[in-house]
Write a protein that binds this ligand. Structure first.
Ligand code: XLS
Ligand code: NI
Ligand code: NI
Length: 436
């Protein structure tokens, strides 16, 4: 099998340890704000990157050394890879994983053959889940690699591409249910366009909604009770992805009456591609009651594409954890490392370093965010900043007792607005830095 014989279970060794193959902050049973660290994060490994990433880029082929991979992929090889994947997750101490149908098993010549391949691998996934405590956070279908999806899947101008995608998602839902998956994710894939001259945008977006509705209906029919997620991304592969950002996704879901069934799965690198911060994207989704799950990664702003790096930036993880704590944390979702080791980090051991770094960065972010909240430093400042809404005219407006006429009357009497206060932006940023 040749997995990771040289590595044993990664241990928490604390901040004094210099062992790179140990956690320095992630202590899974340590309690923060009344909850164990592992329950705050619900860390997940992304099968497509960790087990299938080759390191190829537009300028060269794969570089990864993966001793367990056979020269030619087969169902047998895919089954063996599952065992290696579970060995990795067990040694890392991660409770969840996520996959696309085509990451775990090879695509066949026909739909029936692909389904048979998937069934064979799912058997092993199930065995491994039973052998360990590792569970499926969410499943999904790859509706973007095969050439039949070059114009999109649910939004393809070709109805057969839509039909094939539907059959694929039907099977992926069955498999997700079979494995006790807690969710199912739709990421746009190639649902979007390059050129409006050849695109009927209205028709395509209508089709996307029909597709999701069919998925929701089928889930109900087979008794799959997991949470559906929609994953925003503004571009790549297409120029305009239809699932652009949190606000656009929520608008789409509400416009088509899907908001009761689908929440968002938000990815840090997609947020920055959209010209937002991750902090903005999760806060926006959470305030709308739509934050479901997170794809944890980080994008290099100088490169400007979806670099999917492991998150090591404490400022970013602090922001994410601060918003999560504020809104009560995950229920079905988790932090899925939708991240890949660099092409130059080609040895199996690099997979451990990458995930350990991400988990430790989030553990630090959690501790920092909890400390900020404990002292109430920001809370007090915010309360003060919005004080004018707590009584008087502010309370009347919020209470729905004011209108343009009463407000004009009020201002005619006042003569001018009361003086505004300083935003104290720099002071607040300095306060945050005191906790880092
Ligand atoms: C690609 C997406 C993808 C989804 C799952 O950019 O992040 O990996 O998370 O289809
Ligand atoms: Ni993702
Ligand atoms: Ni991505």
């Amino acid at each position: 099998m040749a997995g990771f014989p040289e590595v044993s279970r990664i241990q928490f060794e604390g901040t004094t340890s210099k062992n790179p193959l140990a956690f320095h902050h992630y202590d899974e049973d340590a309690v923060v704000e009344g909850k164990k660290m592992k329950d705050h994060f619900r860390f997940s490994v992304a099968y497509w990157h960790t087990m299938r990433g080759t390191g190829s880029d537009p300028f060269g082929p794969g570089t990864m050394i993966r001793p367990w991979e056979a020269a030619v992929d087969s169902v047998e090889n895919a089954c063996n890879r599952v065992r290696v994947g579970f060995e990795f997750m067990e040694k890392l101490g991660v409770p969840y994983y996520c996959f696309h149908d085509r990451d775990v098993s090879p695509e066949g010549k026909t739909l029936a053959e692909s389904n048979r391949n998937l069934d064979a691998v799912v058997k092993v996934l199930k065995e491994e889940q039973q052998r360990t405590d590792i569970r499926l956070l969410w499943g999904t279908a790859n509706l973007f690699s095969n050439r039949r999806y070059m114009h999109g899947a649910a939004t393809s101008p070709n109805a057969d591409s839509f039909a094939f995608a539907a059959a694929q998602v039907k099977k992926a839902l069955e498999v997700t249910k079979e494995l006790g998956g807690q969710g199912y994710t739709f990421w746009g894939g190639r649902e979007g366009y390059f050129n409006l001259w050849n695109t009927d945008m209205k028709r395509e977006i209508d089709h996307l909604a029909v597709f999701m509705r069919m998925a929701v209906d089928y889930a109900r029919e087979i008794g799959f009770t997991g949470q559906f997620y929609f994953e925003p991304k503004p571009k790549e592969p297409t120029k305009h992805q239809y699932d652009s950002d949190s606000a656009a996704c929520i608008n789409f879901l509400r416009a088509y009456g899907l908001e009761k069934h689908v929440k968002l799965n938000i990815e840090a690198n997609h947020a920055t591609l959209a010209g937002h911060s991750m902090h903005h994207e999760i806060e926006y989704a959470a305030m709308q009651g739509m934050l479901g799950s997170i794809d944890a990664n980080y994008g290099d702003l100088l490169l400007g594409w979806d670099t999917d790096q492991f998150p090591t930036d404490i400022y970013l993880t602090t922001q994410i954890m601060h918003t999560l704590l504020k809104y009560g944390g995950f229920s079905t979702g988790g932090l899925n490392f939708d991240a890949k080791v660099r092409r130059e980090s080609f040895e199996p051991i690099d997979l451990f370093h990458a995930h350990i770094g991400g988990m430790d960065a989030f553990a630090r972010g959690l501790k920092i965010a909890a400390a900020i909240r404990k002292d109430g430093a920001l809370g007090k400042l915010l309360q003060e900043r919005y004080r004018s809404w707590d009584s008087g005219i502010g309370a009347e407006i919020e209470g729905g007792q004011a209108n343009f006429k009463t407000l004009e009357k009020y201002m005619l009497e006042q003569g001018d607005a009361a003086p505004v206060s300083s935003g104290r932006q720099e002071m607040i940023e300095n306060i945050i830095n005191m906790y880092l």
